[in-house]
Design a protein around this ligand. Structure first.
Ligand code: FRU
Length: 507
């Protein structure tokens, strides 16, 4: 049965969603109308990929959380479906918080989410009580389980907080279901708890997979845990991170813990810890296993710190990253845009062995919907260049700058002139450890964003831009002598197979 609250949001969507297309990014998921944060329920269900998201349809700011819903066949072209969940039960009256989804053996689609209930305490303060809940459906309509909540306070290990107990990520191995859930423990920092179940309805606590011990931020939100390339990978998004060098920035950050899972102890033995994405806008990633066996990750391309900085004209707030294919090499997580993006490549322009010294603009290299790879090396290895810069989304007033300094081994991105009317953090510098002057940087731009994939995806960095779409110039600049190979594709909204226009320009 569709509740009053869900019916209201579905009617609202029917009225407003059809009119929002023009201002939207071409390839990135948004709510269409209203506010979006974390990806939820990213799953392969009956031959299609479903994505739900934290959703407040009625405003461009966070509010009582619903689950919005989109689906896709190729990770690039998305179709909006009616909202899936509304906060309409006592146990989720303050919001249906983040969670995940899985196809059940009987063909139904199961959503597992955090139900939040607010209660005023004796001091007059509102406290949130968080439990784990289930809804089951057919890919469009979902019914909340009458036995909700399925994991409540009595199943939190001693010292754990019921106020910070959220974001279940479910998976299945044979006939056992598992879920990892974020929790704040007695030392006031985060831990990832592991639960198991035979039927996804009755759960028991299995162990603590990983603990923060105040080392990487505080509460660990939105965990995801999966095996990949012979290693075990835990992704989580810590709150209140303290900066650690250039690796971790303060505030809401993101962390990848790579190691080996001890199945008996239910514990991840860490071997390496690094940031997942080094940009300004990345949080709460979630993964799925695709039909052809790829581990694919999507994240909220935004940061809580800057999420109140809305471009009021747009009518939506928040977007997802492009889905990314993950791999682990030499103990490090690599990520590249899903290969399906290549179907949306249009005109290709290539420059090879181009000598750059000073400033240069190039015929055919401009645009705002693009997929461009720039590989650079010192022209004279005996004399290292000082820096190399790429300017994008440029006109007389705007630009976004990417700078590489070989002697520091860092990339810096500056979006101060990228259309934000807010005094927020607009610069980020991060390590890429390449002192030999060689760097390969892939840049994917959509209407309101830029995602970087450096050295074949070893480092990724995501940035929201609000630069007017007319600012399309691109230029390059080097202090010293640099050889560059540049390959640029325009991205088009229909796949290349239906767009006959495919020219090549090799220089
Ligand atoms: C992370 C988060 C989650 C929570 C959701 C609420 O961004 O804080 O922990 O479930 O957002 O919208």
């Amino acid at each position: 049965m569709v509740s009053k609250q869900l019916n209201k949001v579905r009617k609202f969507e029917q009225k407003y969603l059809p009119h929002t297309k023009a201002e939207q990014p071409a390839f990135h998921v948004t709510a269409g109308v209203g506010w979006l944060n974390d990806p939820n329920g990213f799953s392969f269900y009956q031959g299609e990929y479903h994505l739900f998201f934290q959703y407040h349809p009625y405003d461009v700011k966070w509010g009582p959380m619903h689950w919005g819903h989109v689906k896709t066949k190729d990770f690039i072209e998305w179709e909006h479906l009616p909202a899936a969940l509304a906060p309409d039960m006592n146990y989720d009256s303050a919001g249906c918080f983040s969670g995940s989804a899985i196809e059940l053996p009987d063909g139904r689609h199961l959503l597992m989410y955090t139900g939040v209930r607010n209660i005023r305490n004796r001091n007059g303060r509102i406290e949130s009580f968080q439990t784990q809940c289930i809804a089951v459906g057919d890919g469009v309509d979902y019914t909340k389980y009458e036995g909700n909540p399925v994991i409540a306070a009595d199943q939190i290990p001693e010292g754990g907080s019921v106020h910070d107990f959220r974001d279940p990520k479910i998976w299945r191995e044979g006939d056992t279901f598992y879920a990892v859930i974020g929790n704040r423990t007695a030392d006031k920092s985060g831990a990832i708890l592991l639960y198991e179940s035979r039927d996804a309805l009755h759960w028991s606590f299995a162990g603590t997979l990983a603990s923060c011990h105040n080392q990487y931020g505080k509460m660990w939100e939105c965990p995801d845990f999966f095996p990949l390339d012979g290693k075990d990978v835990l992704l989580t998004s810590p709150q209140e991170m303290t900066a650690i060098g250039l690796e971790f920035h303060p505030g809401n950050a993101n962390v990848c813990l790579i190691g080996t899972y001890d199945r008996m102890a239910h514990h991840l033995n860490r071997e390496n810890v690094h940031a997942i994405d080094y940009g300004l806008d990345f949080y709460a990633p979630q993964t799925l296993l695709s039909g052809d066996g790829r581990r694919i990750m999507i994240a909220w391309m935004q940061n809580w710190e800057t999420s109140s900085c809305v471009d009021q004209k747009l009518g939506f707030m928040g977007q997802m990253t492009l889905p990314r294919e993950l791999s682990v090499k030499d103990g490090h997580l690599y990520q590249v845009p899903v290969r399906e993006l290549e179907k949306y490549r249009g005109v290709r322009v290539v420059y090879q062995n181009l000598l750059i010294n000073g400033d240069i603009s190039l015929n055919g290299i401009s645009g705002r919907y693009l997929d461009m790879t720039v590989s650079i090396r010192p022209a004279n290895p005996g004399q290292m260049y000082q820096w190399f810069r790429i300017y994008l989304a440029k006109d007389g007033e705007h630009y976004t700058m990417i700078r590489f300094r070989p002697n520091l081994g860092t990339v810096k991105v500056d979006r101060t002139q990228s259309g934000f009317p807010h005094d927020i953090v607009n610069v980020r510098e991060f390590p890429v450890y390449s002192g030999d002057g060689n760097l390969k940087i892939r840049i994917v731009m959509d209407r309101y964003s830029m995602e970087l994939f450096i050295n074949d995806g070893k480092y990724a960095a995501s940035f929201v831009l609000y630069t007017p779409i007319e600012a399309r110039a691109i230029s390059f600049s080097a202090d010293g002598y640099v050889y560059a190979d540049i390959e640029k594709y325009e991205l088009i909204q229909e796949p290349a197979s239906v767009n006959p226009l495919r020219e090549e320009g090799i220089v």
